[in-house]
Design a protein. Structure first.
Length: 276
């Protein structure tokens, strides 16, 4: 589904939600309290500013007795075979964010990956995948990365663990090019890049962490492990995630030192490719 069509469908979701809610004689605040979100969130769902998570859509169906219509709509709109089910919602929000802050402990962040690096990662996690599956996954990652070249691109601040610079993915050549690409984007000021060094000890968060900010909606956090991910809306939880990210960022190297380390690591992999 094209982005324009998808947004129109979310707008339909919001209009339908407002109609069903008003028919039931329930205010936004009342509905929010009964599905465990704020009344303001319900208003943002109705205006298609924010997309509800699947479990919230299911609870809305239960309160409004709508026979599963909002669950079905939500499943349809977040269903994208190019992404894992748990990540599809984060991709939708990524397109709307005014600022994105990432911490990645093991691999180059998706928005900064080269096609060859993305291919190697996909094959590492899906060793029996068809060529078509791999191509779709990689094309989706490349498509996502285009937000960094848009005129309205979000502020993008990334902290990567030093592990990212030391573990070869797809071989020395592929890794060298991936690190060079990441460094080039930092040099072009399309991303503010920092490295969390081994010497800093354990980071405040062990898995991937993303914070997304919006012009007209509250911030959202996204956490991910090897096999699952979670979008977090609760303001208290998002605030804890923000504190964890601030601790990571505070312990990371400066942008200048980080870029130098990335370039040095890329040169080390280059030397591996030229060794007879």
């Amino acid at each position: 589904m094209a982005n324009g069509s998808r947004q129109a469908a979310w707008e339909f979701f919001g209009i339908e939600l407002k109609c069903r809610r008003e028919d039931a004689g329930i205010t936004q605040v009342e509905l929010g309290a009964r599905v465990f979100v704020s009344g303001g969130y319900i208003g943002q769902f109705e205006q298609a500013i924010r997309k509800p998570q699947l479990d919230v859509a299911q609870r809305i169906d239960g309160v409004l007795q709508t026979d599963g219509i909002f669950e079905r709509l939500c499943r349809k709109l977040i269903d994208d075979p190019r992404y894992a089910d748990y990540f599809a919602g984060a991709v939708e929000l990524e397109r709307l964010a005014s600022a994105v802050h990432d911490f990645e402990p093991t691999v180059v962040p998706g928005l900064l990956q080269t096609p060859a690096y993305a291919t190697a990662l996909t094959l590492a996690t899906h060793p029996f995948a068809t060529d078509e599956f791999v191509e779709k996954r990689v094309a989706a990652r490349v498509e996502r990365s285009r937000i960094l070249t848009d005129a309205t691109r979000p502020v993008y601040w990334v902290v990567v663990h030093e592990t990212v610079l030391r573990v070869p993915v797809g071989g020395p050549e592929v890794t060298a090019k991936a690190l060079e690409h990441m460094g080039a984007l930092a040099g072009e000021r399309k991303v503010l890049l920092q490295v969390f060094p081994f010497s800093a000890g354990a980071p405040a968060n062990s898995g991937s962490l993303r914070l997304m900010e919006f012009e007209d909606a509250p911030p959202t956090a996204y956490t991910e492990t090897s096999f699952s991910g979670s979008l977090l809306d609760d303001p208290a939880v998002v605030q804890r995630a923000r504190r964890a990210y601030d601790l990571i960022r505070g312990a990371a190297l400066s942008p200048e030192a980080s870029l130098a380390l990335v370039q040095s690591a890329a040169e080390d992999f280059r030397r591996c490719t030229s060794t007879p």
